[in-house]
Design a protein around this ligand. Sequence first.
Ligand SMILES: NC(=O)c1ccc[n+]([C@@H]2O[C@H](COP(=O)([O-])OP(=O)(O)OC[C@H]3O[C@@H](n4cnc5c(N)ncnc54)[C@H](O)[C@@H]3O)[C@@H](O)[C@H]2O)c1
Length: 249
Amino acid sequence: MMKIGIIGCGYIGSVIAENFKDEVLACYDRNMKNMEKISKIVNRDINCSFEKIIKMDLDLIVESASVEAVRDLVPKVLENGKNVLIMSVGALADSQLLSKLKKLASGNNCKIYIPHGAIGGLDAVKTASSLGITKIVLTTRKNPEVLGIKIIKEKIVFEGHASEAVKKFPKNINVSAALSLAADKEAYVRIIADPSVDTNIHEIYVEGSFGKMNLIFNNLPSENKRTSILAAFSAVNLIKSLKSEILIY
Ligand SMILES: NC(=O)c1ccc[n+]([C@@H]2O[C@H](COP(=O)([O-])OP(=O)(O)OC[C@H]3O[C@@H](n4cnc5c(N)ncnc54)[C@H](O)[C@@H]3O)[C@@H](O)[C@H]2O)c1
């Protein structure tokens, strides 16, 4: 049995609680109502302050909150020797924060786990990266409402590197940071607001000394339209892998 804590009790936090009812021992959110939802799911009062959760005897803390929580809270999680699973991976497009968290993890003998999130194929991208990647492009297509934009005709609303994309759309383009981390090279990102779609579509193109790779994900959104169901369950799958005898990479 794994002892799990959750920081961020929204959609993804609820999915973790549903899937690991006995193993989720603590949760923290700045929104009391959301924290109470998780306690209801697991049928126990597991609401915590942030100060308490980082001191508890836990094997893993799941961050399912925000880019800001990764910046402000995750360093303290690692300082307290806790392994952390990061959902708001867009935060790691900030290279200074990334190296700070890596240093804290190694200094405190803990690990940072990044699930594949709303895309997949990161295993193959990682292997391609060790062979040499020359081009990596992510094209994301979402409904304008999900992006927080009001337009009636399809439009490219962003073109540039992943680190800039996550600054402009911190709640929508975590995938660009996960892809860049796997590739060890910043992905070039294009975001298209398209009123005709109601799914979250990510197309990845990678070119290098291995050959070429095309990956397309057409994801159904969850009750939180910005978050794909696949992304929440990537965290569930990662936790299951941590407990499994067989690891598939
Ligand atoms: N890696 C991926 O592919 C991927 C895909 C989808 C979502 N995400 C990210 O995962 C995170 C959670 O997604 P969700 O759909 O569950 O969001 P959500 O909005 O449903 O829930 C987020 C919860 O975190 C809480 N929160 C946010 N910042 C906080 C802070 N600083 N301190 C305490 N509580 C805080 C909010 O009150 C809310 O209850 C988001 O950052 C989202 O961008 C990543």
